[in-house]
Design a binder for this molecule. Structure first.
Ligand code: HEM
Length: 517
């Protein structure tokens, strides 16, 4: 594991400098050229402060200030987009100005600009995004159907056998599914598989590299002699170690390639099309690794599944509706496949509702402005950090109907029992994949993963809360409590019982596994 705490030799001097810079900036001495959008006023020096679940503060403020709000926090200008229309106007329609990312100096030393989701809006990001798009577009993702079906089968079989460590199994399947899709590896059998653990480390390293320290406020400190900047040596060493791990995985795909495969995994696609895609081998190896874990991708899937289990035990009537649909459409003599997708609107609505109910990253990721801009008469300076208030957008009663805190897939089903078309501007029927040119490139893959897991798991199993031995009552965990991990959220740990839904369910799952090889 890495950490980048080695800033201590300069901390005192730097903090004093930081306070002066922060005060000058936040007091408005440097700029009063135009009027900023309204927003909460903060404290002198520090600016606006918020809690560890900022989206809940932003929800309250958003209701007060309207479409957009602007404030400063630690000297940084932040524009929060509270409505779909503002997010579409700025992040989609003015995407050329609103697609940059904040550059973190430690991260630059660690990844040399090769971290796709954190890269600035330049040529490297464009090449990676184009390559990613080909394999992750709505039609491109069908190449992963077999892999996803198999992984959902293993997940179901493992949980039917033993659900005492169900959350470990969720971690396993999320990582295993992506490793198989990217590197054509056999499914990983344990969440403690060494490759999974190494990718977890990669994710943790990235999080520490983008946690703002003094260096981000006083960038000249990076040029101090190496004895005073141990973090730099760590980051440079980290780059070499990560590159060698990613190249090793990439190289093993290359050495095992033979003949023209019908559905090559992501890494093999990058190798075959390297000239057309214009990526070097190192860049391709980093891109492949980024798809597995660089943006917390396996974690996003994990967190969505953790919320799913919570929704299923807290709303058993919705779980039953999924199962009734599966029984009516698929029957109990075979397991559902992607071929059933268009006939299972309630399962698709469940995927949508899950991501509406609990946006995994409730404020998305920041989009930095490249140039000064004006919107609704308000000034937005260059370098403003724009955050789309996905949490608030997903809770707009005018769009999603009443009882917005309830988990209710029916809100996406029309009177004929069909899936309603996604409302314009809501992309997938909710805001949780973000906006504009940085919208989640893997949203179709993520939707498919959730769809097939929900379909296969609920076809064969019932998810129930455990029973309190003393009171004899089911234990329903707190639905609103959250663990915050970087910009993501997940529920507090809880127990779930997974039991076969009909007599030969477990047997049928085992048979399907045998037949699928
Ligand atoms: C349910 C699961 C997921 C959710 C809710 C989700 C959500 C998001 C969000 C909100 C963003 C930021 C968008 C913005 O900047 O406006 C994002 C970006 C991204 N996501 Fe996802 N994501 C999910 C799964 C995945 C998966 C499985 C992968 C990889 C296979 C992935 C790869 C990425 C990448 C690489 C970016 C950065 C794109 C860029 O900066 O150009 N995500 N995602």
């Amino acid at each position: 594991m890495f950490d980048f705490d080695g800033l201590s030799p300069v901390t005192l001097a730097a903090t004093a400098g930081l306070l002066i810079v922060s005060y000058t900036y936040s007091s408005g001495i440097t700029k009063s050229k135009n009027e900023y959008a309204p927003g909460p006023k903060g404290l002198p020096f520090f600016g606006t402060r918020f809690s560890s679940t900022p989206w809940k503060d932003f929800e309250q403020w958003g209701k007060k200030y309207g479409d957009i709000m602007y404030f400063k926090s630690f000297g940084k200008g932040i524009l929060v987009l509270n409505s779909h229309s503002a997010a579409v106007d700025l992040l989609d329609r003015r995407g050329g100005n609103y697609s940059d990312r904040q550059i973190f100096i430690v991260n630059e030393y660690l990844t040399r600009g090769l971290s796709f989701g954190l890269a600035n809006y330049g040529d490297m990001w464009r090449k990676m995004r184009r390559a990613g798009h080909e394999c992750l577009s709505r039609t491109g993702v069908t190449r992963y159907y077999q892999v996803q079906q198999k992984e959902a089968l293993i997940f179901t079989e493992n949980l039917l056998r033993d659900s005492s460590q169900w959350d470990q199994e969720v971690y396993r399947t999320a990582a295993s599914g992506l490793l198989t899709a990217v590197y054509d590896m056999p499914p990983r059998e344990s969440a403690n598989d060494p490759i999974i653990l190494k990718f977890n480390d990669f994710h943790e390293i990235l999080i520490s590299a983008v946690s703002p320290g003094v260096i981000e406020y006083l960038p000249w400190l990076q040029y101090l002699p190496s004895i005073m900047t141990p973090w730099k040596t760590k980051a440079q060493k980290g780059y070499l170690e990560l590159s060698s791990f990613f190249m090793e995985l990439f190289g093993s795909v290359k050495s095992q390639m033979h003949g023209a495969k019908e559905n090559p995994g992501f890494a093999e696609f990058l190798i075959r099309d390297k000239d057309r895609l214009g990526l070097t081998e190192t860049e391709s190896a980093w891109l492949a690794a980024n798809i597995v874990a660089g943006f917390g991708s396996n974690m996003q899937n994990t967190e969505a599944l953790l919320w799913l289990f919570l929704a299923m035990i807290a709303y058993p009537d919705k779980q039953r509706k999924c199962q009734e649909e599966l029984d009516a459409v698929v029957g109990q003599s075979r397991m559902p496949t992607f071929e059933d997708k268009d006939s299972l609107p309630y399962i698709k609505a469940t995927v949508r509702e899950l991501l509406r109910w609990r946006a995994i990253s409730p404020l998305g990721n920041e989009h930095l402005t490249k140039e000064d801009d004006w919107y609704q008469g308000y000034f937005i300076p260059k370098g403003t950090m724009c955050l789309a208030n996905l949490w608030l957008m997903n809770r707009n009663c005018d769009v999603y109907g009443p009882n917005i805190e309830d988990f209710n897939p029916d809100r996406f089903i029309d009177d004929q029992g069909h899936l309603k078309p996604a409302l314009s501007d809501t992309k997938d029927g909710h805001a949780s994949y973000g906006f504009g040119q940085r919208i989640c490139p893997a949203r179709h893959l993520a939707n498919d993963t959730l769809f097939i897991i929900i379909a296969r798991l609920l076809w064969s199993a019932k998810l129930s809360p455990v029973v309190d031995k003393q009171t004899g009552k089911p234990i329903i965990p707190d639905l609103t409590a959250t663990i915050v991990d970087g910009v993501k959220s997940r529920p507090l740990p809880f127990d779930v019982l997974v039991t076969p839904r009909f007599a030969d369910a477990a047997e049928m799952v085992a048979q399907t596994r045998e037949l699928s090889g």
